[in-house]
Structure formats: structure tokens, C-alpha cells
Design a protein around this ligand. Structure first.
Ligand SMILES: NC(=O)C1=CN([C@@H]2O[C@H](COP(=O)(O)OP(=O)(O)OC[C@H]3O[C@@H](n4cnc5c(N)ncnc54)[C@H](OP(=O)(O)O)[C@@H]3O)[C@@H](O)[C@H]2O)[C@H](O)CC1
Ligand SMILES: [K+]
Length: 541
């Protein structure tokens, strides 16, 4: 697992390192060295153009430029101001050193001049803006960013692609598209979320100091990015000694006359994700249509109310069935009304692992007038509880109905309000988004994000089915719950990649994921085993 720190905490680690005897100047030297090494490792170098900004990110660029020049590379620096007028004392020092060493530099080139230099460049080092960036890139950096992106050169970004907020992942004024980002000390959330997923390229971590790892952990990471090998704990010994019940029985509760399909897909996804026995319970008015789509999965119809949703009379029977299952998924397509709210509240009282998705979450919002974090007793229970809100649902759960969390870290914070209010029980909030965080009481995990084709109607219903099937396999301890949820997210993403191979990256519908879930599970499990054995997936083929 790799720790992810908020930018303000990275600064704190920088300070801690200085207290432990590693000066900022030394850190900058090592940062520049890491960047230079990355570029030199590309081999067969043509000209390298280093774009240096006015802060310490630019300082890293000047150090790299001097080191690459000394290693024999043909290097030139572009700077918006004369090196001797740099305000950051550190950047000033390293820029003067590079100038004294004979590194050629150009001050405030016009767009045409810049384009001419970039056209010759094999590699561009982007050291314009780092963690000190805020707002939108001002002139001339806005123009320089465009020029880099138009150049076609291989781009190595220093710490963070310029224009991208390392904290939020937002890039309102455009950002450099890097092939590689050499990031200092540790991962930052903006690199892994929002536009960061598009613009960072391969992320190379430069720890800069041997103490960094310890200090980063002490600085209380906002999240941890999962490595494939981490999922070992979620795997089960393969055994032939099973029957359909011991593989896990799942009850899916959902559907309404408006949305029968969501519940059908969730049930199929649970079955394709290894649950041995799946039952779907829906309002009886849609039972027949559901049955026509489900050959193996029994469909139980319970009384329907005037709104086409479960009526109050359905509740007792649902609870009775729930208590006999190893996991319950409630919510897909269910609709929200007083009767479905009462179904959700009864299920919360059942001693069975429970996944609440979609309208079950909206029901929770309604029960708590959008402040679930103020009603922890509602979700305090012995058996595991997984909530899978997308950002709008999450906003509605924590008092921001019209204002969903706008970044990964805002989503993590909102999810933490729920799990921390709840305190000690087995709870995980899977805050879904273009980057998803699985937030437990102790830890927030970031599974590898799936492809963009997952952003399609019904995709969440499929994820709910996967979650339920994995939880149904048996006891999941509190500390492993977020890991199981993260694994489910990666299986979802893997299935999406397989579906995209068949249907194209834009043609995938949620139902296409379902048929690939079994293959995705097998492939993921194999990758985990290989990763634990230290074999890369390519070697394993
Ligand atoms: N993490 C580490 O251990 C180390 C990191 N290093 C590098 O240092 C940068 C952070 O350096 P810092 O000086 O704090 O900030 P930047 O260089 O990223 O940016 C500051 C300058 O950029 C200007 N700025 C800010 N926003 C904009 C904008 N929208 N448009 C134009 N210019 C902008 C800012 O100007 P102000 O007027 O706001 O002051 C500054 O001039 C980090 O990313 C690493 O690369 C060190 O090497 C040490 C180790
Ligand atoms: K940069």
C-alpha cells in the first residue's frame, strides 16, 4: 500500500525532514537528481528543454538541468524571469549554479521562440508549477502549457504536471499532459483523481530521504493506494468442498415499476461474482418481467404500493428472508417512499451483512433529513455495513444535498464523517467517483480506478452485486472490510476493461460488465497471487 498525503502534510514532512538534518537545499538537490535520472534513463537523448517556473518547482528544474548537462545531455532552460531575480532563495541559488555551470537559458521567450525550441526537443521537463500552484495558470504559463502539449515531445513533469492541483485534481485552466510525473516524497491526492488521472502519465515516486517513509506515515495519510498484492487477505483458499449455500447466499432487495432492470442486474452481478444462491425480491407487479430475465435466480414478488414500490406489507417477509442469507443488498431501482424507508430501517436492524446502494441510500438521507452523520445509532450494528454512494448521494447523506463533494479528498472527508460518527462498528463507505475511496473507521483505501466506461447507468447496481457476493463468502473482519470493498471495485474495473475489448471504450453498457465478472475475478486473483510471488503480470503470461 502506498500512502497518500494532503499537500499541507507534505509540507509538514518537508519541515520534519529539515529537523532531522536534511535541509531543503538538499531535498531540492535530490529532487532535481531524481528528475535528471528519469530523463537520462530514457536513453539516446536528443535535446532536453527544461521549463522552470519561479518557485521551488522551478528550482528542481534548474538542478535537473545542471545535472543533465554535466552528464553530457544537450540541455536548455526556459525561464519567465532573469535567474538572478528569482524570489525563492533556494531557486535563486540553484539557478545561479546552473548558469555558472554554463547551462544555456532563455528569458521570457515569445510563443514562436518557445515553439521553435520545443520543436527540436526530444524531452521537455515541466518544472513550471508544483504544489505551490493555486487558481489557474497565469501568463505566460498558460501559453507555455499549451505549447508543451502541442509539441509532441516526451514530457517529464516535476512533482505534479503544471496546472494540476496536487490536492484537488482540478485543472481549471488546463494542465501539462505528462508521460511521466516524478513526484517527491509521496503520492498526493490530486495526482490520483480528477484530471490527475489523465495528465500525470506514469507516476514515479522519489522519496528523497530514507526517513521519508516513516515521516509520511506519521503525518497521517489521507488515504492509501492499494497495490495488487495487498488483496491477498481478501482471497479464499480454493476448495471443491462447497455447496450452493456455503459459497454464499445473497438476497437482493429492490426494483420498482419504474426501474425493474437495476434489481435484475444487481442480482445477476452477485451470481456472476461467485454467490452460490441469489434470490431477488421485488414488488410483485414487476416479478414476472424480472423472471423473464432470470432463469437461475428465484424472484419473490411482495406487495406493491400505489407508487409501484414495495408496500409496507412487504417488510416482514423481507426481514424474514434477510435473516436466512449470508448477505443482503438493498436499493437498486427501489425508489424512495415511506414504505421503502421502513424496509431499509428494518434491514438495518437485521444481524446480517448489508450493502446499501442507490435508493436505499436516498432512504437513509430521508430518514435523517440529510444528516446521517448526526444519527449514528441508525447504522450502529454488529454485522458489516457497506454504503456505496456516488458523490451526489454522499452529499445528500452529510448535509450537502445541492453540493456534492467536488474532489476525492472532499469525498473522503464526507465519508469519514459517517464512519467516525458511527464509531466502532463494521462499516465502510465506498465513496464512488472517477476515483473511488473505500473509507473504514481506521483507513481509507484507493483501489486502482476503473476505466471511464464505468460511468454509465446501472454500473453501480453491478458493483453492489459484486460487493454483496464477496461479503456473502463469510466473516469479514472490521479491518479487512475496506480491502474487500476495494477488491470489489477493482473486479468491477477489470470487468469493464474486458467489456471494452468486446464493445469498444464508449460502447459498454452496464449489463456488458456482468458476463465478464467471473473472468475478472479469476484474473484478479491470479494477478494477486503473482504479485505476492513478486512476478509481474507480463512475466506470468
Ligand atoms: N516536497 C518536497 O519535499 C520538496 C518539494 N520541492 C519542490 O517545491 C515545489 C513547491 O515549491 P513552492 O515554491 O512552494 O511552489 P511552486 O514552485 O509549485 O509554485 C510557486 C510559484 O508559482 C507561482 N504561482 C502559483 N500559482 C500560480 C498561478 N496560478 N499562475 C502563475 N504562477 C503561479 C507562485 O507565485 P505567487 O505569486 O503565488 O507566490 C510562486 O512563484 C514542489 O512542487 C517540489 O517541486 C523542493 O524541491 C523541495 C523538496
Ligand atoms: K511541474
Amino acid at each position: 500500500m502506498q500512502p497518500v498525503l494532503n499537500v499541507e502534510d507534505v509540507r509538514k514532512v518537508e519541515q520534519d525532514l529539515t529537523l532531522e538534518g536534511v535541509s531543503l537545499a538538499e531535498l531540492m538537490r535530490r529532487a532535481g537528481h531524481a528528475v535528471a535520472q528519469e530523463v537520462l534513463d530514457l536513453g539516446n537523448l536528443g535535446p532536453v528543454v527544461v521549463l522552470c517556473g519561479t518557485g521551488n518547482n522551478g528550482g528542481d528544474g534548474w538542478v535537473a538541468a545542471e545535472l543533465m548537462a554535466k552528464a553530457g545531455a544537450q540541455v536548455e532552460v526556459m525561464t519567465p524571469v532573469e535567474p538572478e531575480s528569482l524570489k525563492s532563495p533556494l531557486a535563486l541559488m540553484v539557478a545561479q549554479s546552473a548558469v555558472n555551470a554554463g547551462v544555456p537559458f532563455f528569458v521570457a521567450p515569445s510563443r514562436d521562440e518557445l515553439d521553435a525550441h520545443l520543436a527540436q526537443a526530444a524531452v521537455v521537463v515541466d518544472a513550471l508549477l508544483g504544489t505551490g500552484f493555486h487558481g489557474e495558470p497565469a501568463a505566460p504559463f498558460d501559453i507555455w502549457i499549451d505549447a508543451v502539449n502541442a509539441s509532441g515531445a516526451h514530457v517529464v513533469a516535476v512533482d505534479v504536471p503544471s496546472g494540476l492541483s496536487a490536492q484537488t485534481g482540478h485543472a481549471p485552466g488546463g494542465a501539462v499532459f505528462a508521460d511521466t510525473t516524478v513526484t517527491m516524497i509521496c503520492l498526493k491526492p490530486g495526482l490520483l483523481s480528477g484530471r490527475g488521472r489523465d495528465v500525470c502519465g506514469a507516476i514515479v515516486l522519489a522519496p528523497l530521504a530514507e526517513q521519508a517513509e516513516r515521516l509520511v506515515v506519521e503525518a497521517d495519510p489521507v488515504a492509501w493506494r492499494c497495490d495488487t498484492a495487498d488483496y491477498l487477505e481478501t482471497l479464499r483458499e480454493p476448495t471443491a468442498d462447497v455447496d450452493k449455500y456455503s459459497r454464499g447466499s445473497v438476497l437482493v432487495v429492490g426494483g420498482s415499476t419504474r426501474f425493474p432492470g437495476a434489481a435484475v442486474m444487481a442480482a445477476m452481478a452477485a451470481a456472476r461474482s461467485g454467490a452460490g444462491y441469489v434470490t431477488l425480491v421485488v414488488p410483485d407487479r414487476i416479478a414476472t418481467v424480472c423472471r423473464t430475465h432470470l432463469l437461475e435466480i428465484p424472484v419473490v414478488g411482495l406487495p406493491t404500493n400505489e407508487e409501484g414500490m414495495f408496500s409496507a406489507g412487504a417488510r416482514t417477509e423481507i426481514v424474514k428472508m434477510a435473516e436466512q442469507r449470508s448477505c443482503v443488498l438493498c436499493g437498486p431501482g427501489m425508489g424512495v417512499c415511506a414504505d421503502t424507508v421502513s424496509v431499509v430501517s428494518s434491514l438495518l436492524e437485521c444481524d446480517v451483512p448489508l450493502v446499501l446502494d442507490a435508493d436505499a441510500l436516498n432512504a437513509l438521507s430521508r430518514m435523517t433529513t440529510n444528516r446521517l452523520d448526526n444519527f449514528p445509532e441508525l447504522i450502529r450494528r454488529e454485522a458489516p455495513l457497506v454504503l456505496t454512494p456516488h458523490r451526489r448521494e454522499l452529499g445528500r447523506l452529510v448535509g450537502q444535498p445541492g453540493e456534492p463533494p467536488s474532489s476525492l479528498t472532499a469525498a473522503l472527508e464526507a465519508a469519514r464523517r459517517i464512519v467516525w460518527a458511527d464509531g466502532g462498528s463494521d462499516i465502510c463507505v465506498v465513496a464512488k467517483g472517477e476515483s473511488t475511496g473505500c473509507v473504514g473507521v481506521e483507513i481509507a483505501l484507493l483501489p486502482k480506478p476503473g476505466p471511464a466506461c464505468l460511468a454509465t447507468a446501472g454500473s453501480g447496481d453491478v458493483l453492489g452485486g459484486i460487493m454483496a457476493a464477496l461479503l456473502a463468502r463469510g466473516v469479514v473482519e472490521n479491518d479487512v472490510l475496506p480491502l474487500v470493498c476495494a477488491f470489489a471495485c477493482e473486479v468491477h474495473g477489470f470487468a469493464a476493461n474486458l467489456a471494452a475489448e468486446a464493445h469498444g471504450s464508449r460502447g459498454v453498457m452496464a449489463s456488458d460488465l456482468i458476463g465478464n465478472l467471473g473472468l475478472a475475478l479469476d484474473a484478479m486473483e491470479e494477478q494477486v497471487s503473482l504479485a505476492v510471488a513478486g512476478v509481474s503480470p507480463e512475466e506470468g503470461e
